[in-house]
Design a protein around this ligand. Sequence first.
Ligand code: ZN
Length: 298
Amino acid sequence: MTQPIKYFILLAVLLISTAQANELPDQLRISLLITAQSAGSPEAFTVSGGRWGTERHLVHAALLVEHPQGRFLFDTGLGRDIDSAFAANNWINRKLLAYEELNPALDQLEQAGYQASDIDFIIPSHLHWDHLGGLPDFPTTTVKVLPRGLEEAREHGQRPAFLPEHLAGPRQWQDLQLSDTPYQGFDRSLDLFADQRLILVDLSGHTAGQVGLFINLDSGKRLFFIGDTAWTLRGVEHNRSRPQFVQWIAHVDSDREANAQVLQQIHQLSEEQPELLIVPAHDELVAQQLAHFPDFED
Ligand SMILES: [Zn+2]
């Protein structure tokens, strides 16, 4: 094969693969990007009544959602500059929140031919560091939040839970407007593309304005991403909150009582609808049941 033909074929392949990556799919599909995992802790640290002899490696993840009308990330996981942001934490928090195997969402996306600009918007489940850590990698992307979530983070947010650099700088923050339409027992909801496939609900408690995301795939599979209402599915199944001592050390929940009520509601939902896959943001065992980028499920 002559050189010019080789280059032409290479160029064509590149153009086709870029076009495929940037084109929105015909039907809803999702893919999980694991951006890091915690260095490891006994399960008893993650949920009240958890086992001391079982070591858990909670994950920090972003969910890529591709809908015929738009592409977005639900959470960002940890990003390229997280090491320097994290280094500003004190020693105890650096030990408690240690993570490893950093693999930022944007690195993974770029390896597959995506660019940051291919992401139309970001919806963080809430504004804690481990959910927003990839935000600086998407400097021009609009972030959609419940207004009181942003208010809490800006006015009361403190290290290590909130990192000020994630909330500063020029960026478009857009209010999510939930309607009074109930969904699956939650009083207010937002049907993102008005087709009953992606529905946001208010899960305030862990933080003000935490949102959960129901996903109804064409395959019939249904998922419910619950942010940090519980760190593990065990917490949902047993209706058990995080241990009290974790709350004392790290003040994890903005409103522990409200979070317990949301957890109770999700626990009940999981009992009534065992086919609904409940996805706590950090549960590495549940994450194993999802398609990992660059694979998708639809
Ligand atoms: Zn978290």
